[in-house]
Design a protein around this ligand. Structure first.
Ligand SMILES: CC(C)(COP(=O)(O)OP(=O)(O)OC[C@H]1O[C@@H](n2cnc3c(N)ncnc32)[C@H](O)[C@@H]1OP(=O)(O)O)[C@@H](O)C(=O)NCCC(=O)NCCS
Length: 303
């Protein structure tokens, strides 16, 4: 049976995400993805449900949740994240059933469905590929280690960067829409409001006080990621990335960097960032129009 997740199931679903993902990676000779406690992954449910209530589907068999998947309706698109099947139920068509339901919901609303899938996870790639999703853009997952004492940057390196304010949101949305066609108003409102204390958003302003880029981050036991962001050029993006690093002293935040942004990739490698995985965006439907140059740094949280 496919149904909506109930609030009292957040812990069980968090446990399923931990078990399904780590088991898949370990079975395939890779280190586990989540080194946090199982319970920490309830955070995904808390965040996703505050943004998009009732947008997590679960499969249930004999009272057990055997699979789950979240989806995120946005004004410009739908996206899908964290598809997980209990290891005892891999290969039995559960992911396909959840995907079918989400595709129907996206298609009923007339929107393209997007997702980010790991290039190393052939089961995940194939699930979407068989359904007709087409890969678009390649991202390098890079980990950047921040020493306990933090990193020191010159004023020049961070020049133009400041914390985002709620009143910036319309400008951030229109910047991102012009770069990748996506509207993340809801996500930016959630991040900038920062009610749980785990979020940050910085903007880059030029000499005319025009916003030319923004970058968010999340710092929680289950996820330390620098993204979502949209920027006009790699210089701004490097300054924005640097502006987040000292919020992660003693840790290695994850960045999803567009592989084609050579200068940025090289600058991060020079800072001793490590490539740990490759992800790609995949879409079912038309890709939104880009009306100006720039690039996008996605995240796994909040969308
Ligand atoms: C990836 C994952 C969700 C797949 O779930 P699943 O329930 O085993 O997948 P399904 O049984 O529904 O099969 C998916 C489809 O892909 C097809 N498929 C699988 N491997 C394939 C391959 N190498 N080539 C072509 N098709 C393939 C299957 O035939 C099936 O299609 P069908 O239903 O038309 O026959 C599951 O392995 C999992 O939870 N992994 C850990 C978590 C994870 O990595 N999630 C994804 C990223 S967030």
């Amino acid at each position: 049976m496919i149904r909506t997740m109930a609030k009292e199931e957040w812990e069980e679903v968090g446990g399923l995400i931990h078990l399904a993902t780590n088991t898949w990676y370990v079975n395939n000779g890779k280190p586990p993805v989540f080194s946090c406690y199982q319970n920490d992954l309830k955070f995904f449910c808390e965040v996703y449900e505050s943004l998009d209530p009732n947008c997590c589907l679960v499969a249930e068999e004999n009272g057990q949740i055997t699979a789950c998947c979240f989806y995120h309706p946005r004004p410009t698109h739908f996206s899908l994240g964290i598809m997980c099947v209990h290891p005892d139920f891999y290969g039995r068509g559960l992911a396909r059933q959840l995907l079918q339901e989400i595709v129907t919901r996206a298609s009923d609303s007339g929107k393209t469905l997007h997702l980010i899938s790991s290039a190393q996870n052939i089961d995940s790639f194939s699930l979407y590929n068989k359904y007709g999703f087409v890969p678009n853009e390649v991202f390098q997952d890079m980990l950047l280690q921040v020493p306990e004492a933090g990193l020191s940057f010159t004023q020049q390196e961070l020049s133009g960067v400041r914390p985002a304010k709620a009143s910036d949101i319309p400008k951030l949305v229109s910047l991102e829409r012009s770069i990748n066609g996506f509207d993340h108003t809801k996500d930016l409102e959630f991040i900038i409001a920062n009610e749980s204390g785990h979020w940050n958003c910085h903007v880059m302003e030029d000499n005319q006080a025009q916003i030319t880029g923004f970058l968010c981050s999340v710092n929680h036991a289950c996820s330390k990621i620098i993204g979502l962001g949209a920027m006009r050029n790699h210089t701004d993006s490097l300054a924005l990335i640097k502006s987040h690093l000292n919020n992660f002293k003693g840790f290695s935040p994850l960045l999803l960097i567009p592989a084609k942004e050579k200068e940025l990739v090289q600058a991060l490698l020079k800072m001793k960032a490590k490539n740990i995985e490759i992800h790609m965006t995949q879409s079912l439907g038309n890709i939104p129009n880009k009306t100006s140059t720039g690039f996008f740094m996605p995240t796994f949280l909040p969308e």
